[in-house]
Ligand binder design. Sequence first.
Ligand code: CAA
Length: 395
Amino acid sequence: MLKIGIDKIGFYAPHLYVDMTKLADSRNVDPDKFTIGIGQEKMAVPPVTQDAVTLAANAAVDILDDNDKEAIDFVIFGTETGVDSSKSAAVYVHELLGLNPYARAIEVKQACYGATAGIQMAKGHIAMNPDSKVLVLGSDIARYGLSTSGEATQGAGAVALLISAEPHIMALEDESVYFTTDVMDFWRPVYSDKAFADGKLSNEQYIAFFTRIWEQYKAKTGMELSDFVAICYHLPYTKMGYKALKNVLEEGTEDVQERLLANYKLSTDYNRNVGNIYTGSLYLSLLSLLEQTEELKPGARIGMFSYGSGAVGEFFTGILQPNFQDYLNIDRHHGLFASRSEVTVPEYEAIFEEALPTDGSTVELDIDNDPAKICLAGIADDKRQYVNKVSRVAY
Ligand code: CAA
């Protein structure tokens, strides 16, 4: 049977971050609330030269070789912080990366669930077209506002997933359980550049969705906790997945509990240092797990819980492939974390408030201060101007 799954994973976060202890101090909050209660250490701060398009393009640019660029005939861009109500962010990325023009390019929206929907769509596409590859992107900038209760759960970044037949990293299994119900736990009306959240309700719904879907998954498949080496979660903040896991942990023996908790910890490390990246969060968590342990063995089954407020949830699974470690980009990703610069809280506040014009005026941005390969260089004639500094694609 044809295996379909994740062949490559790329990740990008902006080069600036704010320290959560210092943010807590400036908000007169006990730092333990942010670092332990919420579980975040550093929060990525996107400069005005980065948006959902550039973050995604930067996540993908280093993982694709010429064969991939030729074989990709579908770009699916999951985001809830896109830049245009009509044109998909996927079209911009398709151009910036120089992909095969005989391709589909679309944007998918359902809060943080968009990239998961993209992966499932990609799976169907590859089942029909085994020689093609699909680029699935999850890219977002999480904004709640300065001094709001959501502030500590902001972040920015993107994950790029190359989905193919006979994948090198993780083969997706066919059984999955998905669930939808209308709930106003988190939303962003079109007139607002900041999300609204009913924090308590969103936490409750996340746990309720996981518990309900997990029960249905077990009933459908006969699987149990012991069948999993790890479970990765959508992580709006790193304590959130733990709350959901804790709810079902007692179903396992002591050994199983220990294993799942240890792997959960590894799966939260990148997210703890980036913040919420919405659509990409679950896949950043998977990357964090895969890139931080040599204990995981090919054949290991990993559970994946995706949650997009509003709300849609899904639990699906994957099997690690032989020599999957050889296809990761550990040095590049560790280098990305190591090369970031800290900004002070006032600097973060100034960057947060820096907005692009919405009245049609022209703006030119200084992209020399942004080390990213792909940047937003400005707006002219109501058109965003993107630059790939390496290939010199500019438009
Ligand atoms: N030391 C240690 N822990 C402390 C502490 C201290 N001094 N002070 C407080 N805490 C703990 C609290 O006990 C609490 O822990 P538990 O949740 O385990 O009880 C934790 O810190 C947070 O405290 P509060 O609940 O009082 O925090 P808050 O009300 O100020 O805000 C939040 C927390 C609701 C997550 C808020 O940041 C928020 O609304 N964020 C945006 C919405 C969100 O992320 N929801 C998550 C589910 S929705 C989803 O997953 C989709 C998505 O991506 C948005």
